[in-house]
Design a binder for this molecule. Structure first.
Ligand code: SIN
Ligand code: FE2
Length: 214
């Protein structure tokens, strides 16, 4: 048992704060299809370490699929239909991705979520993602759907102000976190990844973040 609270609702849905939910193991039954799709996407648009506007190389390796991909470089954070590494469109969103995103959002009470962007994050041991808000999207009425695969991580879920205390939530292979409505602009991040081995992903954690960006 590894819920937010021991002995409480061992499988299924836990509300983290109003508008934010942890759906434990929601994606687990689809792992084979999801991992095959990530591999196919990365063959076309490889994982890379992007540069922040401040000139730092991100420790998270990223790629995207869907009509829009999230990118960062010296010019800023934004979405683009073109992968700057390949000069071509990002790979299309696989139907199993879109399906998972709409179902997970629905389970959290956000019906009709049609993601047009999927950012794929890859974490190696020691990789972290500092607290940030997802705010490069046009429309904050749509939620964020975040799928964890591979080695476990500590998801940090904070408040509306950067300095607000963050909850620490263990997310493991197949878990999905959805936040929207009053929680849409909450700060969140990932604590430095602890070294571990996963049968399918080795030392890595992969995260799929679905958004309605355009
Ligand atoms: C993100 O906020 O873009 C990713 C969060 C995660 O890796 O779970
Ligand atoms: Fe984020």
């Amino acid at each position: 048992m590894r819920g937010l609270f021991e002995d409480e609702n061992p499988a299924g849905k836990e509300e983290i704060v109003g508008g934010a939910f942890l759906l434990r193991a929601f994606a687990l039954a689809r792992e084979a299809a999801l991992l095959a799709a990530v591999e196919a996407i990365a063959k076309v648009s490889p994982f890379r370490h992007m540069i922040t506007p401040g000139g730092f190389r991100m420790s998270v390796a990223m790629t995207n699929c869907g009509g829009l991909g999230w990118i960062t470089d010296r010019r800023g954070y934004r979405y683009d239909a073109i992968d700057p590494e390949t000069g071509r469109k990002w790979p299309a969103m696989p139907p199993e991705f879109s399906q998972l995103a709409v179902e997970a959002a629905g389970e959290a009470g956000f019906s009709g979520f049609h993601a047009d962007a999927c950012l794929i994050n890859r974490y190696a041991p020691g990789t972290r993602l500092t607290l940030h808000q997802d705010k490069n999207e046009q429309d904050y009425t749509a939620p964020i759907v975040s799928v964890s695969l591979g080695v476990p991580a500590t998801f940090l879920f904070g408040g509306i102000e950067r300095g607000d205390k963050a909850r620490r939530i263990l997310v493991t292979h197949g878990d999905v976190v959805v936040w929207g409505g009053p929680a849409r602009l909450r700060y969140h991040g990932i604590a430095p990844l602890k070294a571990a081995q996963h049968p399918k992903l080795g030392e890595y954690r992969i995260n799929l973040t679905f958004r309605k960006a355009g």
